[in-house]
Write a protein of this length. Structure first.
Length: 397
């Protein structure tokens, strides 16, 4: 090709055709410039194509991170509010002339605290490395930066609650309760199970399997006359309640960013538009719908509903009468082969989410079990919860 153009130039020059040669030279320059510009444009197209591919990889990684955080935050919130309700049971007993019969079930130690941080690795890496520009949406960039900042502020509050409420509450509790309130018979009744524990087998047990006495045994009646005991439970109550609220705030911004990422994703764009005005932000598949429909079938009549859930499902299967929990377990095993506990399938989470709207002071500890067993819970309400859950899954599918 170069020889061809060179021959043309020599031919024009040898024949003294200067005008034509100039025109040819200009044309050749234009052609070269056009080639360079085209090459640059192709290079830009390749860069943009690679950027878009990298952008989608980052978006999907962020979706994975936030989806994991979403589930874990749901569990942390449930834990904190469960603890807050238990503390509230104890605090309400101070206002009674006589202690409730079951109050000893809710009097225990400081339980535990855990400051949970959502999965921020990908988001922080983008910010710290200056790679946020890989995202084409300015709004999405701003949302990611704001999300990391908001989570940081909320976690500072939670750490402050742990210091000012939880730790001081536990210290007060240890001061007024140097020993447990349970009786000798209570501990000895559990001696066989205790012998199977890891600590006992490793000779690390701090108490004998069979005891002669309970050292420093606390008296429940006296505890409820003790101002420090009340103060301890007040602090623990405030810790779990306020922490639960802060984690709800974090879950809210997590869900909103997750929807924005879905909408920016080529793979999940339609899902993002569906979830934009959702209350639950859960992502379902066909198996979720089948599980809930089977649960609805298992609990087809009042006679097939076991209203005394004890967490054990073998007897439910034998009697063909299921608690809500055991129906969820059986349906999950039939559809997907197992009851997925960590994390729960979206179908299970949908039922829990729906139950939150119908708790009506029926839940203290385990949401599904307490609601199922409560005297005020009716079969009609049970079917209503299942119908609403099924309808929500159908909307998305």
């Amino acid at each position: 090709m170069i020889k061809f153009f060179r021959r043309i130039r020599y031919d024009l020059m040898s024949k003294n055709k200067t005008g034509r040669y100039l025109k040819y030279a200009i044309g050749e320059i234009v052609l070269v410039m056009f080639g360079i510009l085209l090459a640059l444009q192709v290079n830009e197209w390749n860069k943009e194509r690679n950027r878009k591919k990298a952008e989608q990889v980052v978006i999907e990684q962020l979706i994975t991170d936030l989806s994991k955080s979403q589930y874990e935050l749901e569990n942390i919130i449930a834990r904190d509010f469960r603890e807050a309700r238990i503390r509230a049971q104890v605090l309400r007993a101070f206002w009674k002339d006589e202690l409730p019969d079951d109050i000893e079930n809710y009097v225990w130690g400081g339980a535990g605290s855990r400051v949970y941080s959502p999965v921020l690795g990908t988001a922080q890496s983008l910010i710290n490395s200056g790679r946020l520009d890989i995202l084409s949406s300015k709004e999405l960039k701003n949302n990611i930066v704001a999300y990391v900042e908001i989570v940081g502020y909320k976690l500072k509050d939670i750490n402050r609650y742990e210091e000012s409420y939880f730790r001081t509450g536990v210290e007060l509790l240890r001061e007024v309760m140097p020993g447990p309130h349970e009786s000798k018979d209570y501990f000895n009744a559990r001696s066989e199970a205790y012998k199977n524990s890891y600590q006992y087998r490793e000779n690390l047990n701090w108490r004998p399997a069979v005891i002669d006495k309970v050292p420093f045994q606390s008296d429940l009646e006296q505890l409820f006359e003790n101002e420090k005991f009340s103060s301890a439970y007040s602090k623990l109550y405030l810790y779990h309640r306020n922490t639960g609220w802060k984690y709800e705030d974090i879950l809210d911004v997590t869900n909103k960013l997750l929807v924005a990422l879905y909408k920016a994703s080529n793979k999940y764009q339609n899902l993002g538009e569906q979830l934009e005005n959702s209350e639950h932000y859960l992502v379902f598949d066909a198996a979720d719908l089948e599980i809930l429909q089977r649960v609805d079938g298992l609990l087809s009549t009042p006679s097939k509903w076991n209203k005394n859930d004890d967490g054990e499902c073998d007897d439910d299967s034998a009697n063909n009468s299921y608690s809500l929990y055991c129906a969820l377990v059986k349906a999950s095993e039939e559809v997907v082969g197992s009851y997925e506990d960590e994390p729960n399938r979206p179908a299970i989470r949908m039922v829990r989410f729906t139950l939150n709207k119908y708790q009506d002071r029926r839940v203290i500890g385990n949401t599904v079990e307490d609601w199922n067993n409560h005297p005020d819970t009716t079969f009609e309400e049970l079917k209503k919860v299942l119908k609403e859950s099924i309808d929500e899954v159908k909307k998305q599918l």
